[in-house]
Structures are given as C-alpha cells and as structure tokens.
Design a binder for this molecule. Sequence first.
Ligand code: 8ID
Ligand code: ZN
Length: 349
Amino acid sequence: DIPSEQWAQVVEKTGGPVAYKRIPVQKPGPDEVLVNIKYSGVCHTDLHAMMGDWPLDTKLPLVGGHEGAGVVVARGELVKDIEIGDYAGIKWLNGSCLSCSYCQNGDEPLCHKALLSGYTVDGTFQEYAIAKAAHVARIPKECDLEAVAPILCAGITVYKGLKESNTRPGQTIAVVGAGGGLGSIALQYAKAMGLHTIAIDGGDEKRDLCLKLGASAFVDFTKTKDLVADVRAATGDGEGPHAALLVAAQEKPFQQATQYLRSKGVLVCIGLPAGAQLSAPVFDTVIRMITIKGSYVGNRADTAEALDFFRRGLITVPFKTIGLSQLQEVYTLMHEGKIAGRIVVDPTK
Ligand code: 8ID
Ligand code: ZN
C-alpha cells in the first residue's frame, strides 16, 4: 500500500520559493531503498541549496532535505542487509561509488561520484524518499524518529568535526554558531566527550539555550565590544580554547577565529556561507602553530557512532516540529538567524 502520489516541497527555480505540491512516488533501483519519511530536520544547507549559494549546481526541480528519519517500505533486489519495517535515516551522503580510493579508506564524502540528498538527488522533504542501501543510516529501534532526525546531518557533522579537532577530555572548545542547529547539538556531543565549551552566538534566547545545554560560557557576538578578548577570558588561564568548531553561516567569524585560539589550537571549519573566504595573519599562525582545517559530514562509521551517542541518551536535541507545508516560513526565519536549535518537519502535515 505505497501510494502513487504524495506531498512534497519542490524548488522549481534557484532562489525559491519552495512549492508545496503533489508529485509521484518513485521506485527504488536494485541497490536502493524507499523510506517512508516520518520526520525530517531542516538544515541551513537546504536554504543554501535553494538560494544557489555554492559553486555547485543542484538538480532542478529539486526536493530538498537530508535529515530524514523513517521506515523502509520497499527495497531493490540486491538489498539484503536491511529489512522492510526497519528504521532508516536518509542523510546528506545519499550514495557513493564504494570503490574509489576515498571510499576504500572510509572517506566516502570525498568520492567524486557521491550523490547528495536534497542537492544532486531528491531528498527528504517528501513522504517517500530513496537512498542507496549501503549509505542509509541504521537507526536503532528504541530511538524516537522525531528527535533523532537532526542527528542525521547536524549530529553526524558535529561529531565528526569534534573528532577532527583533536581535542582531549578536559580541554576547551569554542562553538561558533552554538545556538543554531549544528551548534546546539555540538554542545551536547562536546559535553559527552568531556570537553568544556564556550558558546558564541547572538541574542538571549540562544544564550539561555546554550547555557541550558551545558556550555561553560556564552559570548554574544552581537553585543561584545571585543570578541577575541571575551573568548580568551572565558578560559581559566586566559590563553583561549584548544579548538574552535565553526558552524556559523556568516563570513566574519572565519576571519576572526584563529585570533582567540590558544597556541597550537585547531580551527575546524564546517559552516558554508556563500562566497566566503578564510583569512588569518601568516606571522601569528606560524609562530603560534595554528591548524586550520575543513570538516565535511561523516562516513558510515561516524554515522553509526553519532547515532549510538543519541541511543545512549547523551544527546538532547532541542527541536520544534511543524508541518512540511510550512517550510518556506522556516527558511525565512533561518535567513534572519531566528531559529534556536532545530526545526523538524512532519511530511503528512
Ligand atoms: O559537512 C558540513 N561541513 C556541513 C554539514 C551541515 C551543515 C555544513 N553545514 C553548514 C550549513 O550549510 C551552514 O552554512 O553549517 C552551517 C550551519 O548550519 P545550521 O546549524 O543548520 O544553521 P543555523 O541553524 O542557521 O545556525 C547558524 C547559527 O550561526 C549563528 C546564527 O545566529 C545561528 O544560530 N551565527 C551567524 I549566521 N553569524 C555568527 C557569528 N558571527 C553566528 N554565531 C556566532 N558568530
Ligand atoms: Zn545538513
């Protein structure tokens, strides 16, 4: 009883808006599964995709979305290791070739043939979505599909970024954009890993959320007179954090973050603001031995590990659920930086 038609949000032209309409339900190919999406998180990447912010074209028309949690309802003939009725998650990495040197080494996000959910293939802002069985996240049955949805991009990405930061328990990491979707979840993973966090974002709603989620300090970028000094002062010895996880969707912090890092600190860049450039003074970067790196989603093992933190109850996702029909309103609020935590959409409403 899979219907032939369904509700979806479709980007018909770059720049938007999204159109809420009926479209056909697709059939999975031999190595694919069809997932009945129960809930999908809305990531800032979905807004970048609609707006054409990046130097990589999307498919058009496009069904966005890449944080989809649901139930497998059909599978291709080659699929043997996931059953009809299993919980499954469709994440940003919809598929990869599995045989190139990147895939062989567990760097599947770097595969040149990677398929991207809600970008180069249709994603999770529809009732039924398709992904390669090899890449579908295996969601444990005891997980609540509504609360787990944001783990499928935000969770995996910040968990991987924290690993890339090379921090150890007891050290301090700054989370830039800490009140947003990725940031609020990053505070949780960092805490579970035994790190102190300095949350950086703007406004009282986000401050209250970050402190509630266990941040040791909050620095308001909209109010501070000297952000670099305030971040440094928030560490015990005034030397600054051992690392910074940069998940903001604006360019400014990419010019600033190395300045408040402690010597030998690591800047992990994750946010992808349109047309942004990184910059840092060469002299200071060299003599203080600063590392600057990028981090891009996660592989299948990172996915399973990030889900296991959630399963163990270590991660509280701050989310609010609304109907998929209201997606354009979510984008408006997101553009204005007004969403604390994550918005989750219900495709049946
Ligand atoms: O794999 C990846 N690298 C990856 C995966 C998923 C998402 C990258 N991303 C990218 C998205 O495309 C987006 O550019 O990470 C960025 C953050 O995604 P999000 O968490 O879904 O966005 P959000 O919920 O809008 O949160 C962004 C937060 O940044 C704050 C905002 O107030 C908001 O809370 N922020 C901004 I905009 N400018 C800031 C600044 N100067 C800032 N916080 C501190 N300082
Ligand atoms: Zn995302």
